[in-house]
Ligand binder design. Sequence first.
Ligand SMILES: Cc1cc2nc3c(=O)[nH]c(=O)nc-3n(C[C@H](O)[C@H](O)[C@H](O)COP(=O)(O)OP(=O)(O)OC[C@H]3O[C@@H](n4cnc5c(N)ncnc54)[C@H](O)[C@@H]3O)c2cc1C
Length: 294
Amino acid sequence: MKPAKFDYYCPKTVDEALALLEEIGFDGKIIAGGQSLVPIMNMRLSTPEYLIDINQLKDLQFIELDGSKMKIGALTRQTEIEMSDAVRKHLGLLSEAVPYIGHVQTRNRGTFGGSLVHADPSAEIPLSLMALGGTLHIASKEEVREVNVEEFFVTYLTTDIMPNELLTEIHVPVPEGRTGYSFHEISRRHGDFALVAAACQLSIDDQDRISKVRLVLGGVDAVPLLITDASVMEGEHLSAPLLNKIADMVDEAVNPESDLHATADYRRHLAKQLAVRTVKTAYERARGENNERS
Ligand SMILES: Cc1cc2nc3c(=O)[nH]c(=O)nc-3n(C[C@H](O)[C@H](O)[C@H](O)COP(=O)(O)OP(=O)(O)OC[C@H]3O[C@@H](n4cnc5c(N)ncnc54)[C@H](O)[C@@H]3O)c2cc1C
């Protein structure tokens, strides 16, 4: 299959790209790594009249620690995230999740921002950012606006971004104190999208009581699902009864669907198992135990 005919633009600056987006609007599409857009265009599920190639916008390709936050440019390749020592040191959850994305070849082209805007509910980067928290900086010709990750994902493959807008950078808070993280996923084959995935970051106090927790599940709803009730863990030591409570909470919260790859019941079962495993590993890591990769 070949894509429908389109006109191609390759702006050299962000301002040039924003002016093009303003002019073209709904008839155009941004292409970054092309690892999701090109297959979709080939299947004619998307037939933009104009393609705006942002791969020359090198200002959007960076990883930078700025005080208590990590700033990541939207055009940063997934491989750069995977190989970054700064990300491994400060945002270990991302370093653990990114290698699960596709294959080396797709990660060499695929971008951090492209995965966020594509917004597949079982994708590793949207899930990890939801667990880490953060803000997305979205520019148009008129302004730059900041959106919290909780408000960015609207529904399946749909985000808060408008056709005349460009995601430029993402700011992720660097966790402080005794913090642990963990990422687990089950997929049919290596490189496939996850059937179900779980990501967790938590902090504990000097008595090993949980002080802060974000638990997120993928593949079980139309968006990466933040388990807001997980806050019941705060003030508690992790225990078998608390882990059972988490499993029940997840059972309540998820809305999995059956498809060719797995039944809704199987996804629900996986969600409970992976949530418990992920919280347990994150807690052990916060206590300085279990630093094995999951
Ligand atoms: C074989 C294969 C296996 C894969 N497996 C996985 C997997 O296991 N997990 C996973 O998460 N992904 C997987 N992917 C998808 C991959 O991660 C893509 O790279 C990612 O989904 C999209 O990023 P991209 O840079 O390629 O964006 P593109 O495909 O270029 O664009 C994706 C969408 O985002 C928009 N966009 C891109 N950048 C911006 C921006 N800066 N501002 C505004 N809009 C923008 C585009 O207009 C388009 O709508 C796989 C892909 C392939 C080909």
